[in-house]
Ligand binder design. Structure first.
Ligand SMILES: NC(=O)c1ccc[n+]([C@@H]2O[C@H](COP(=O)([O-])OP(=O)(O)OC[C@H]3O[C@@H](n4cnc5c(N)ncnc54)[C@H](O)[C@@H]3O)[C@@H](O)[C@H]2O)c1
Length: 435
């Protein structure tokens, strides 16, 4: 099939490359000329595991342009994956999606063939019917359902595993303007996924609500586990991993995302959760659960600072290992480590910050609130307290002698007592640190 993908960022580039690697002829569109030039030259515009290999595999099927008319003329289905930034009250803005739909609509005026438009960007519930479809209809001069199909189909991916997650989704979420549009999109997914995921097809507004509900529910589980970790840190003899292992065996609960550790962050969880609250407020419904998840999440940094305060005096050097919001990405958006460093700095600690990928981004965000190093030994040298904040795999293999004499807070239970406890004062989070 001939497919265009509008927006070649963290999600759009992998989507374009995957579809092309599966044999579709794909043309990507971005107004970032560097991204377009990169893709045309066979280079990955963004850093993401396996993306470069896919782009090599896709050569011949993958092109890019800054011109909408060119891309729409050369495709019959268009995926939109441009930003929908949150504004202060927590709502997502549709401005970029609207600009995109206007440009697609204009380009469609020069075509008579059937066309499918798929919005993948996360939008507020109600956006498609109330705003986005009317914009597309007006710009194109066509009616949805009459040779023009519209779907809302967001992806559930985590940065650092985008390619894997797109190829092996737990399920496909599809809101459809009409069954023909849904059938068309389903056939594309079936040609792309490596697994055979269930496909949830539904009305547009339900898909919009499902997308933010998934993330609001997952954040609730994470906050619940973090709340348990806090309790277990204060309850003599308690251990959060034993509690969550038991809880997770109940099929009504399940074990995924039930690890008491650091606050959730990143470009989706916090903002989707807040958006749920905005939607509920607007229509007079209550959203106490996402609000509580958010409040507990904000408390996590204070909790870590209380622990550091108990273990070491103000003014001591603290090494924070891991700055990105999760491993395998340079993204620091709403990362728990950044908030933690700000609070540690505010409490008079000197902070040594280490990360395999996110050092430059963190330096830009935090400035002189920390010192930054790519060398773990350097980060640890002066530190009396070490916090393993992001579970990068390489932290499992830290040379135990580098931790000698230090107080180590292992937030993700990465270090084995048998190997490390003889060298340092090893504290596993959620296992009685404050008891
Ligand atoms: N990154 C994630 O983890 C993730 C996960 C799920 C959903 N999403 C959603 O996907 C959407 C995109 O996210 P992202 O992380 O890929 O964003 P991004 O900022 O990495 O990439 C967006 C790209 O769109 C381009 N762009 C913006 N306006 C454009 C326009 N009018 N025409 C052409 N190109 C345009 C930008 O230049 C940029 O390259 C957002 O709605 C986000 O909420 C992201």
């Amino acid at each position: 099939m001939d497919i265009s993908v509008i927006g070649l960022g963290k999600l759009g580039s992998p989507m374009a490359a995957i579809m092309a690697s599966k044999g579709h002829r794909v043309i990507g569109v971005d107004y970032n000329e560097t991204f377009v030039a990169d893709l045309k030259a066979g280079r990955a515009p963004v850093e993401e595991p396996d993306l470069q290999d896919l782009i090599h595999q896709a050569q011949g099927n993958l092109d890019a342009t800054t011109r909408y008319d060119d891309a729409i003329a050369r495709s019959t289905a268009t995926f939109i994956i441009v930003p929908t930034p949150s504004v202060e009250n927590g709502e997502f803005t549709n401005d970029y999606v609207i600009q995109t739909l206007e440009a697609i609509g204009q380009a469609l005026r020069n075509k008579t063939e059937d066309h499918l438009v798929v919005v993948t960007s996360t939008v507020m519930p109600g956006s498609s019917s109330q705003t986005l479809i009317p914009v597309l209809e007006q710009a194109s001069g066509r009616r949805i359902g009459e040779g023009l199909g519209y779907c809302y189909s967001p992806e559930f991916i985590a940065l650092g595993s985008v390619v894997h997650d797109l190829l092996n989704p737990d399920f496909i979420l599809m809101g459809e303007s009409d069954p023909a549009a849904g059938d068309w999109l389903e056939s594309i997914y079936k040609s792309v996924c490596d697994n055979d995921p269930p496909i949830a097809r539904m009305a547009l507004v339900n898909a919009e609500l499902t997308k933010i509900s998934v993330n609001a529910y997952v954040t609730m589980k994470i906050s619940f586990a973090n709340m348990l970790a806090d309790v277990c840190d204060r309850l003599p003899g308690a251990n959060v991993d034993e509690v969550t292992a038991g809880l997770g065996l109940d099929r009504r609960i399940g074990r995924h995302y039930l690890k008491g550790a650091m606050a959730f962050g990143g470009p989706c969880f916090p903002r989707d959760n807040r958006a749920f609250g905005v939607v509920a407020d607007r229509i007079g419904a209550r959203a106490d659960l996402p609000r509580s998840s958010d409040l507990l999440n904000q408390y996590q940094s204070q909790r870590m600072n209380d622990i550091v305060g108990r273990l070491a005096p103000s003014g001591c050097t603290v090494a924070v290992l891991g700055l990105s919001y999760k491993p395998h990405t340079y993204v620091i958006e709403e990362s728990a480590s950044l908030r933690l460093i700000e609070d540690l700095h505010g409490n008079g600690h000197k902070v040594m910050a280490h990360d395999p990928m996110a050092l430059d981004n963190a330096r830009e965000a935090l400035g002189d609130q920390a010192e930054y190093t790519a060398d773990i030994a350097d980060a640890l040298a002066e530190a009396s307290v070490v916090i393993l904040a992001t579970p990068w795999p390489q932290y499992r293999d830290i040379d135990p002698s580098l931790l000698a004499g230090k107080k180590v807070i292992d937030c993700w239970r990465m270090l084995d007592d048998s190997e490390y406890a003889g060298h340092c004062e090893l504290h596993h989070l959620g296992a009685g640190i404050l008891a």
